[in-house]
Design a protein around this ligand. Sequence first.
Ligand code: MGD
Ligand code: MGD
Ligand code: SF4
Ligand code: MO
Length: 712
Amino acid sequence: MRTAFTTCPLCEATCGLELTVEGDRVTKVRGDRADEFSRGFLCPKGASLGALEADPDRLTAPLARRDGEFREVTWEEAFRFVDERLKDFPDRDSVGLYLGNPVVHSLAGGLHAGPLRQALGSRNVFTASTVDQMPKHVQVGHMFGGAFSIPVPDIDRTDFLLVLGADPFSSNGSLWTVPDAPGRFRELRERGGRFVVVDPRRSRTAQAADQHVVIRPGTDVFLLLALIHELFAQDLVRLRHLAEHVTGHTEVRGLVEAFGPDAVAGRTGVEAATIRDLARRLATAGRAAVYGRIGTTTVEFGTVACWAVDVLNVLTGNLDRPGGAMWPLPAHARRGPGRGKGFTTGRWHSRVRGYPEVLGELPAVTMADEIETPGDGQVRALVTIGGNPALSLPNSARVSRALSSLDFMVSVDPYLNETTRHAHVVLPPPPPSRRNHYDIAFLNNSVRNVAKYSRAAIPLEEGRIDEADIFFRLITIFDGAGPEADLDAIAAAQLEALRGKLGAEFDPEGETREERLLDLKLRTGAHGISLRRLLDHPHGVDLGPLTPRLPEILRTPSGKIELTPPPIVGDLPRVLEALRTPETGMLLVGRRHLRSNNSWMHNVPALVKGKPLCTLLVNPADAAATGLADGGTARVSSRVGEIEAQVEVTDDIAPGVVSLPHGWGHGQAGTRMRVAGEHAGVNVNLLTDDVRLDPLSGTAVLNGTRVEIAPV
Ligand SMILES: Nc1nc2c(c(=O)[nH]1)N[C@H]1C(S)=C(S)[C@@H](COP(=O)(O)OP(=O)(O)OC[C@H]3O[C@@H](n4cnc5c(=O)[nH]c(N)nc54)[C@H](O)[C@@H]3O)O[C@H]1N2
Ligand SMILES: Nc1nc2c(c(=O)[nH]1)N[C@H]1C(S)=C(S)[C@@H](COP(=O)(O)OP(=O)(O)OC[C@H]3O[C@@H](n4cnc5c(=O)[nH]c(N)nc54)[C@H](O)[C@@H]3O)O[C@H]1N2
Ligand code: SF4
Ligand SMILES: [Mo]
């Protein structure tokens, strides 16, 4: 029996874990109290890591499907099969790629997903970003020049937080790495600070808030523009230290002219007096920040809403100052140049619907179009890595049909689930305790500058390969070097090239290719720390609170914060038109539960036991009006589909709104997830619409779907 320390890769909070290991099993998981960042915090998902890894349905060897049957094969056979079959698709665009959420949660994905996309060279790259946070990338790209320069609320030092469309008490934070979010919100209040939550549902976060503002789904953009309007109307604009770094602020007033509190009250359901009061409190609080997430990004005006969030942070003088919205500086990153080429989209367009490319990818809502529509460049083969598009994309009945029509499909995934059942080859990565970990992605969003590296707590079993090797092998297959190419030689060349680019004059150290790459990035990084130092500090290294980064963070051509980027300003007439279009009827939104993680952790008994989590929340008034009863079954229908869901009547949800979580709808033929099958739930994405999207970012509208409800 021994103890090992690692970082939980299951959500963005990056909690430190203390694992008890007996033989080759994790038998106990505790929050690591000595962790410099998470201070011992643990949620039910992290606590179930041992059970997740011991899941008998988890794949341990590659599977290949021939004549309709999956059979275990060796890794050599699996890669040779992939190589042979991909030769049938000489047109690069005919091979599509879908990267899902766990790709950003591993060191392998963090280091190798980029090179993999390059090696594939297809325009048909899709990721979960366009059913999630892409509006934020587009907005910060246009305003600050870098698509990953996302400011985060400095919660530990703020006096006032305005949170829209996020439930960090359940999700543990997103685009905001904030381990023990509930504890940090509690401390904020203990210091005398306040926080306000805007949500159509009384979420766990809303319950703990000083004020819960109930809003009509999809209308946050109007509320946010009205708040900007009020800053001008009440003479509350204070740029402070930002004055010398901003261009375009004088134009903003005119842009929001039509969005006064009285104009938006009816459409948002938020009273004009509440909006005026909120604007005043935001502007007069000592230090404040505005933060928006899923309810502001997976909506029709996601990019404009994200823009309005940071315009508020700028106009109240809270961007880039302690207690406001600040930019982290991760150990593996370098300081920026202070100006640059800026941000563009649309370097190519999707073949069928003509959507612009954003960050090298096309909207996931159009993946099925690209698979099903004949013609040059039609996607006939697909590689999925750590994704479950059959459940996570809108109009998923159509997505499943498209997947089943492919000529060839490869999935890198530990489960035979709703998506991978369509694959011809499934390549299973090892579980979290058997891999080295460093957070390439989430340290970009973290509320303190911290760094932590952990080696695998348990060695890989004989015959298993690391996910980094799976990535590397696919890279050599895509770029033509083939399934037997010498990975170490290729990695050495890659390392040498990067060393030259970074101007490093030392030899990076480490036991693996990935460790040497990381050491190189760390030692040339902003904090100048080494992999060795991280290995000596198993609970992480605290690099201090966030510090101001203007102007070095900017990559705009002007070297300023562009407050009025033309593409975003150009979308405002559409917002105004929507404001003037009356809207009624029942709207469907999503939600998350602490014991659930998108679509893939429902096979862990401890996480699905008890009361079902996949229920349709209905307000008592709507239940009475439609004849629905608590515990009964509702038929929910939308433009694209119809489902039956178990009803939960509660005044936690606003009248005129129903809520159903995503990631459910298990038990389908050909899947191998027995526990999930017994707790199947229904798939909300059979109702969400693949035609609706935020055009600036290509992001799906997953919240605010028009539905009808009736008793069954
Ligand atoms: N209606 C509605 N739909 C939504 C959302 C919503 O709020 N409402 N949310 C959206 C959001 S924010 C997201 S991020 C997407 C998620 O969409 P996806 O990324 O497509 O789906 P996940 O459910 O995260 O699926 C993760 C997959 O990775 C596999 N996996 C787990 N661990 C590993 C690993 O270590 N390596 C590899 N290679 N695979 C692994 C799992 O078995 C599973 O198949 O869903 C989106 N869909
Ligand atoms: N436990 C758990 N944690 C997770 C995940 C999970 O599945 N389970 N998924 C992870 C992923 S991939 C992501 S992207 C993050 C997401 O992190 P969050 O954004 O915090 O996710 P949610 O908990 O879905 O919170 C979204 C909230 O928006 C509300 N909402 C819906 N529509 C609207 C609207 O139009 N306006 C407003 N103002 N509110 C609206 C919902 O009621 C809900 O309370 O969570 C991550 N963490
Ligand atoms: S909050 Fe997230 S990172 Fe922390 S233990 Fe839970 S799943 Fe893991
Ligand atoms: Mo997400």
